[in-house]
Design a protein around this ligand. Structure first.
Ligand code: F0G
Length: 459
């Protein structure tokens, strides 16, 4: 059989409310043309993020009832510890409430002013936490990562020549660790190859610098290795994940992605000295070392989720169902980032809205029009998120890519939901020249995309 089906059936349903295009025109206008400012109940299919939006399994919900809410030494912590350790293999497993808490704790513990943290591409909260500790977050992806049409299989890889150069010139005193994000979310959900991880490990060994993984989507990365890298076709996702982590000295993870959690994170590290510092900070802001800001029931659900995510039938369906959306949109001539990522499809905003200039915010205008036309909510990762006026001359500087991300929540939407998304985007693409450009009416200086407001330039 060629058809790949959802490897689950549905036991509980959450109704979604239909809206008309006239209603949505009004709603997006009232929201200042910012999809983040919409009420979720007015969204038909929510592709804003795959973070914390997944559906838990019957097994996870049963685990919720088993949650041990003891303040210290809860049974649920030991289940969590064993589940994470069984995959990551590090000495210390420290729970946190989500990924950015893990980032903050590790950065506060080990990053000094003037330090450099090289990586394939840091996620925005990771970058913010490194910068908050007055370090430099240095993105050195392979050159093909910058070309949205390049079909290389591992566009998430770090550029080894540039990493070598950084380690040789900056030196281990000022590089507390190298951070590789699997898969590379900011670079389009692209995987990192085992060969690249192994070579990074060798360089790190040579310069005596620890290697840390941002493991938010480690299972999707493992499955891409199985599909695309020689020698891995017969290995299980768990074996591949274990090998990936074997090259690392530690990992940070937002467990809202590849652990099927609605909340949760972890710092997993080998160094006793780092663990001591992280645990001290954890107690200050998150909670005691055996719960880290989570309830016992969350720890229980995460322990089960991180095990379930490595199920081969699930990963096969996950990667195929994301590619299904990409392949159909590509066949309709919609400009996309390729190869397709694991958790999301990225529309190329500038090419979709060729009639708009960068100042007219093509990707953002597309995301607002997409909501109005279809009720689908997506997230711009482009001119609004990263563009800023240069302090020297006041001229706007725009990022290399102006993308609109359709992030697909785990186990939530069916193929007919995705057919609706594909049809809606195809229709919008046919009348793309009518998508009005937008301009800011309010632009906060920090992380503007969350709260900025806009108005149409022409209508
Ligand atoms: N690292 C990566 C690679 C991420 O994608 C995220 C979050 C984080 C760290 C931070 O984790 O949200 O649990 O604090 N990404 C979400 C997204 C928000 O929509 O891509 P968090």
């Amino acid at each position: 059989m060629k058809t790949i089906i959802e490897p689950f059936r549905i036991k509980v349903v959450e109704p979604i409310r239909m809206t008309t295009q006239d209603e949505r025109r009004e709603l997006i206008s009232k929201a200042g043309y910012n999809p983040f400012r919409l009420r979720a109940e007015h969204v038909l299919i929510d592709l804003l993020t795959d973070s914390g939006t997944g559906a838990m399994s019957t097994h996870q919900w049963a685990g919720v009832m088993e949650g041990d809410e003891s303040y210290a030494g809860a049974k649920s912590f030991f289940r969590f510890d064993a589940a994470v350790r069984g995959i990551f293999g590090h000495t210390h497993v420290i729970p946190t409430h989500q990924g950015r808490a893990s980032e903050r704790l590790l950065c506060r513990a080990v990053v000094k002013a003037g330090d450099v943290i090289p990586g394939n591409t840091h996620f925005d909260t990771t970058r913010a936490n490194i910068e908050d500790a007055r370090g430099e977050a240095l993105d050195i992806p392979v050159p093909e990562a910058r070309d949205p049409e390049d079909l290389s299989p591992f566009k998430g890889n770090i550029d080894l020549d540039r990493l070598h150069h950084v380690l040789a010139t900056v030196g281990r005193e000022r590089v507390p660790f190298v951070l590789i994000t699997v898969t590379n979310n900011s670079g389009g959900g692209q995987p990192v190859s085992m060969a690249n991880l192994r070579a990074t490990r060798e360089l790190c060994d040579h310069y005596e610098v620890p290697l840390v993984l941002d493991a938010a989507r480690f299972a999707e990365n493992a499955y891409f290795i199985k599909l695309r890298e020689e020698g891995y076709a017969d290995k299980t996702p768990r074996e591949i994940a274990r090998e990936m982590f074997s090259y690392s000295d530690g990992a940070l993870m937002s467990m809202k992605k590849d652990a099927f959690g609605n909340i949760g994170g972890v710092v997993s590290i080998n160094s006793d000295a780092w663990a001591e510092k992280v645990r001290t900070l954890l107690i200050l802001t998150e909670g005691f070392v055996t719960y880290g800001g989570l309830a016992g029931r969350d720890l229980e659900a995460l322990a089960i989720g991180i095990d379930e995510i490595l199920d081969e039938d699930y990963l096969k369906y996950r990667i195929a169902s994301t590619a299904y959306v990409g392949a159909h949109l590509h066949a309709c001539g919609v400009p996309l980032l390729r190869p397709f990522g694991g958790h999301a499809i990225y529309l190329n905003g500038r090419r979709f809205c060729e009639h708009l200039t960068d100042e007219q915010l093509p990707g953002w205008s597309l995301s607002a029009a997409l909501y109005e036309h279809t009720g689908v909510r997506a997230c711009e990762i482009g001119n609004v998120m990263f563009g800023r006026p240069d302090p020297a001359d006041g001229k706007w500087r725009w990022p290399a890519l102006d993308l609109v991300r359709l992030a697909i929540p785990r186990r939530v939407y069916t193929q007919s939901h995705m057919d609706y998304v594909i049809e809606g985007i195809d229709e919008l693409h046919r009348k793309r020249k009518r998508i009005p450009g937008l301009r800011f009416t309010h632009r906060p200086a920090v992380l503007p995309h969350f709260t900025a407001t806009f108005e149409p330039i022409t209508r």
